[in-house]
Design a protein around this ligand. Structure first.
Ligand code: S3P
Length: 172
């Protein structure tokens, strides 16, 4: 079967629009293991959407909830856990993820990310006067941190969710 790495939860990390939720869900299905999503768990616990949490309580509160949810899901998780784009950035979250799981970075370039997020209104961080510039700045600041993941898998506009899932499985 697959290598030692699957004894630990597989944690999908990377920018918004990289495909963490879609590929994570497909990967879990393919491996026959549970799928968990940290953003979905935050929304469920708060009974509010992510834009509502940011608007009402602010980003620091969201990050606190994100850390708590990650700690809980990592201690329960058997399977695949998708995270929000900011979840792998704090040293504490990276330490938890590294200790308990295998981090897989879905490495999509800026043009692909922009093509995927530009028409959506679900990302409060991109509600700025110049969302492309904001995305670019986040991308540039975050890539060196995502690059610390255990594995990275390159995304490409030509790859389907199934193609990406194959590539993750090949890397595991
Ligand atoms: C965020 C990404 C979002 C969500 C929140 C913050 C980020 O998740 O957690 O809006 O900091 O990049 P996705 O990566 O699933 O869009």
């Amino acid at each position: 079967q697959l290598g030692w790495r699957l004894k630990k939860p597989v944690v999908m990390v990377g920018m918004m629009g990289a495909g963490k939720s879609a590929v994570g869900a497909a990967l879990a299905r393919r491996l026959g293991v549970p799928f968990l999503d940290s953003d979905a768990a935050i929304v469920e616990a708060a009974n509010m959407s992510i834009p509502e949490i940011f608007a009402r309580d602010g980003e620091p509160f969201f990050r606190l909830k994100e850390r708590q949810v990650l700690a809980r899901l990592l201690s329960e998780a058997r399977g695949v856990l998708s995270t929000g784009g900011g979840a792998y950035l704090s040293a504490e979250n990276r330490r938890m993820i590294t200790e308990k799981g295998v981090a897989v970075w879905l490495d999509a370039d800026l043009d692909l990310l922009w093509a995927r997020v530009r028409h959506k209104d679900t990302r409060p961080l991109l509600r700025t006067a110049d969302p492309y510039a904001t995305l670019k700045a986040l991308y540039e600041a975050r890539v060196p941190l995502y690059a610390r993941a255990d594995l990275s898998v390159k995304a490409d506009a030509g790859y389907s969710v199934d193609d990406m899932t194959d590539r993750v499985i090949a890397a595991l």
